[in-house]
Design a binder for this molecule. Structure first.
Ligand SMILES: [Zn+2]
Length: 80
């Protein structure tokens, strides 16, 4: 086992910081998903977000999604 790997295992994931932005669909009145770190699109249900010409759209009604709440999470589980 190399020294760097040992260090990685012993060091907890405290440096993980995920900037997230909530994407809300106004017609549906629901949160469609989140954008993590400004590039990872993560819908709350499969197919909930479609990207069309770089813009996020609702997978149900095809409306443009609006950015809602935002924040910084220290783990993927604590987003939202
Ligand atoms: Zn919608």
């Amino acid at each position: 086992m190399s020294a760097s790997l040992t260090q990685a295992l012993e060091e907890p994931r405290q440096k993980v910081r995920i900037a997230w932005l909530e994407l809300t669909c106004l017609p549906c009145g629901e949160v469609a998903g989140y954008i993590e770190d400004g590039r990872v699109v993560r819908p709350v249900y499969p197919g909930g977000i479609r990207l069309e010409q770089g813009r996020p759209r609702c997978g149900r009604c095809n409306a443009l999604l609006f950015g809602g709440e935002r924040g910084v999470a220290t783990s993927r589980e604590s987003i939202g």
